[in-house]
Design a protein around this ligand. Sequence first.
Ligand code: LMR
Length: 332
Amino acid sequence: MMKKCRLLVLSLIAAVALMGFATIASAGPIVIKFSHVVAENTPKGQMANKFKELIEKRLPGKVVVEVFPNSQLFGDNKVLEAMLLGDVQLAAPSLSKFKKYTKSLQLYDLPFLFKDMAAVSTFQNGPFGQKMLMSLKSKGLIGLGYLHNGLKQLSSSSPLRVPADASKKKFRIMSSDVLAAQFEAVDAMPLKKPFSEVFTLLQTKAIDGQENTWSNIYSKKFFEVQPYITESNHGLLDYMIVTSAEFWMGLSDELRAGIKTSLDEAIVFGNTVAAQKSVDDRQKIIDSKRSEIIQLTDAQRLQWIEKMKPVWKQFEGQIGKDYIAAAIAANK
Ligand code: LMR
């Protein structure tokens, strides 16, 4: 009887072990869905594709990356909610789209804050920039790094040379209160709309203008429906690559390290693409002759700065004076 019982227990253990093995075997590789809103021929699009290539070489059969560009899977207003539900594992929304999750990132939207992309890198690699990557943690999200796009330009259906030219005009903005305040400061009417709707809004003249980088204006063909682009370099469009804490902490050390290394390499690649595209896509738009590029005189630029800069004070309490001071210091 004892022997029979032991045999039964042993075969039960074997069956459970086999079932366990079957579960692991059929679980297959970890699938990372990377959702973004821009075209593939942009810094973010190229970075995402590079990440897929690197990781599938580094961890073959262990991790599979599926990239969904052009808001195919989620728009930026839904992607973070989807991430918390486990429907997507990686995204790189613009820093202007985290309002619901943290106030500190509003820093990046302050007009005329960074003088160039080198200053942005200096700030992000410093203690404040690094701390901000963790500012979403209490909401279940982790920032794994930053990715550049570039400085924003103002496109419009009429020429914008001085702030008064923007008065009463409707501009599409990302979902940021700082950006709303920035346009209100020049007596314009900001409208928060998803990126996927911008082209149609411009084409149908439901809005007068928008602000974006050269690569977004080019890849989404905004220049074909916007006869004027003011080269204002007035603000920043940059991204944070985010994942959910639950997904990230659930990975083995080996996978987490492999994913992070691949991501860091893809970011370096993406930043090179960003720098190149800010020159090349600008030139392609000039060559197309669809849009006139307006250069501001120093005096005109000063007028925009004087009108928009008071926005800093408005948000200083939410962002933190020390963060703003560190960003200013990065310009030196
Ligand atoms: C926008 O919505 O204008 C941009 O954030 C799109 C992007 O991700 O570059």
